[in-house]
Design a binder for this molecule. Structure first.
Ligand code: NAG
Ligand code: NAG
Ligand code: NAG
Length: 355
């Protein structure tokens, strides 16, 4: 939380500046740190500073790689060499300040590093110190106090903005070594607390995250890692989802297919019954014709009667598919590979059955 808001504030710091251009008048007495943001402000715009003679002059140094307010391709002032710093006013580079010298708020980089800088340096990226040096209450010192030692603490109340509006964000800094924090009341260096321990401020937690419940929560800057079980559960979920959908669609379509098949069966039965009726009528008619005197052994009767069955249904079959295909296949096989054309073939089936 805090490092993030600090980043946010330092971004804001580059945005606001006075409006006086180069050569315009300015008053150095106006230079100040803005309320709430503690951003440096003077009358001059973002590419100039207010010189001691009351004129805005071009800045003489910069701290950022990409400083705000410069046109694209414009010449930028140089960054300062090692052993120097660029103050908030950005008028000119100055040599680093020794211990106990006055420094600007949050400008640990203005102070000279201790001899054992490598051991004291903050590598946690939390802005605890710069090369082991720290600027507290505008005084340069080293962050070298060990557990139980007395320490210096600096509390700065920033105005921050959240979903519920404005709130005070107190940033508390001390000169304890990394891994310890400076307790505001006892002014002693104490070990940072472990996950779940009671806390009152982020600085007390090793994870740098004191939850509103008053216990140290997990480090918010560490990416979330989920267990293998979650991956397995998600994979199973995906497969169950896919195959569940496929199975569901298959069942649904099978039911529709069965309904369709039943309809066709019904149609076929109707047609069949109808055809049987026709045949019976025809047979009855023929029988009555044959029973008439003089028609007993005519050529026609031998032609019709060879198989004892009517062959005059041949015209119905002449456009039908060959025997053994079509509906017989459809009837005997549930794979249901049929189309509208098969509606024409009940006669084939019936004849097959008959013969
Ligand atoms: C700047 O200040 C000088 C003297 O201090 C004054 O004469 C001049 O009018 C001022 N210029 C502007 C633009 O205010
Ligand atoms: C202020 O100083 C700068 C540089 O020293 C100079 O260019 C400028 O003319 C001076 N302005 C006034 C009002 O004296
Ligand atoms: C700790 O830092 C202070 C300056 O803040 C310095 O005077 C003192 O000598 C240092 N102590 C040790 C043990 O390095």
């Amino acid at each position: 939380m805090l490092p993030l808001s600090l980043v946010f504030l330092s971004c804001l710091a580059l945005v606001y500046a006075g409006s006086a251009n180069k050569g315009d008048n300015c008053t150095q007495a106006d230079s100040r740190l803005q309320t709430g943001t503690f951003q440096f402000f003077d009358d001059c715009n973002s590419v100039t500073y207010c010189a001691s003679n009351g004129t805005c002059l071009l800045k003489g140094c910069r701290r950022d790689d990409f400083p705000f307010g410069y046109a694209k391709g414009a010449h930028l002032p140089d960054k300062c060499d090692v052993g120097q710093f660029c103050p908030d006013e950005a008028d000119a580079c100055q040599p680093l300040l020794s211990v106990d010298s006055p420094c600007q708020l949050n400008r640990d980089d203005e102070c000279e590093a201790p001899p054992n800088a490598d051991a004291l340096r903050d590598t946690t990226n939390r802005g605890l110190n710069f090369n082991g040096a720290v600027c507290l209450n505008n005084v340069c010192m080293w962050a070298n106090q060990t557990a139980g030692n007395s320490c210096t603490v600096e509390n700065t109340a920033y105005i921050a903005y959240g979903p519920s509006g404005e709130f005070i964000d107190i940033v508390s800094r001390g000169n304890c070594i990394v891994g310890l924090y400076c307790d505001s009341t006892s002014k002693q260096c104490m070990a940072e607390k472990a996950l779940g321990a009671a806390c009152t401020a982020d600085k007390e937690c090793g994870s740098w995250n004191c939850l509103s419940s008053g216990t140290c929560g997990p480090d918010t800057s560490i990416p979330n890692h989920v267990g293998t079980g979650v991956y397995v559960a998600v994979a199973i979920g995906i497969f169950v989802g896919i195959f569940g959908t496929l199975l569901g669609l298959f069942m649904l379509h099978r039911r529709q297919r069965d309904q369709e098949r039943e309809k066709r069966m019904q149609y076929w039965r109707e047609q069949n019954a109808f055809h049987q009726n026709l045949l019976q009528m025809r047979q009855t008619a023929r029988a009555s014709i044959l029973s008439l005197p003089g028609h007993g052994n005519s050529a026609r009767s031998t032609m019709y009667g060879r198989d004892g069955m009517p062959s005059d249904e041949a015209p119905i079959l002449q456009h039908a598919a060959p025997k053994g295909s079509g509906l017989r296949h459809y009837m005997g096989d549930d794979s249901s590979e049929y189309d509208e054309g098969m509606m024409m073939q009940p006669t084939t089936q019936r004849n097959d059955g008959r013969f």
